[in-house]
Design a protein. Structure first.
Length: 156
């Protein structure tokens, strides 16, 4: 009986430690949506920023099922927030970003690689910061977001 209580207590301690470790990690990081245009292609995904001043980004192509891009970034109180993105097709980009608030912002490539992105913003709010291809517009939200031909306004 004593051995059974000891094993039950040990199992409970390990389970509690694992749960609080996971919960503690969640308190020190924040994950939000990313909308990106990279070389004229729409990519969507998430970025996770950690309290320690670093984070990760993972996006996938809406048009090409196999194309994914991952990267890292650093951020701090001073200007100079920057990162690197690498894609499964060999494309890459160094980028800088600016915060609009603690969990919202925008950025783009350092050298003309054609990357622009937003994080924590809706598709509607992102349009002001993204470099959309000529004649294209964003339509939808979340998983249904797509890059479509812009419909010209009728002449007056």
């Amino acid at each position: 009986m004593e051995k059974k209580l000891l094993l039950t207590g040990l199992a409970l301690s390990i389970g509690l430690a694992a749960w609080t470790g996971h919960a503690g990690a969640q308190l020190l990081s924040s994950t939000g949506p990313v909308i990106a245009i990279f070389d004229g292609e729409l990519l969507v995904g998430e970025a996770t920023g950690h309290l320690g001043g670093w984070g990760t980004i993972a996006v996938r192509s809406r048009a090409k099922a196999g194309r994914t891009c991952v990267g890292e970034f650093s951020h701090g109180e001073a200007p100079g927030d920057a990162g690197q993105l690498r894609c499964s097709d060999g494309a890459s980009a160094s980028f800088r970003f600016a915060r609009l608030s603690l969990r919202r912002g925008y950025g783009g490539s350092v050298s003309g690689s054609g990357l622009s992105f937003t994080y924590g913003l809706s598709a509607e709010d992102s349009v002001a910061y993204l470099k959309l291809p000529a004649g294209k517009q964003l339509r939808g939200e979340g998983d249904s977001l797509e890059l479509v031909a812009a419909v010209p306004l009728p002449p007056r």
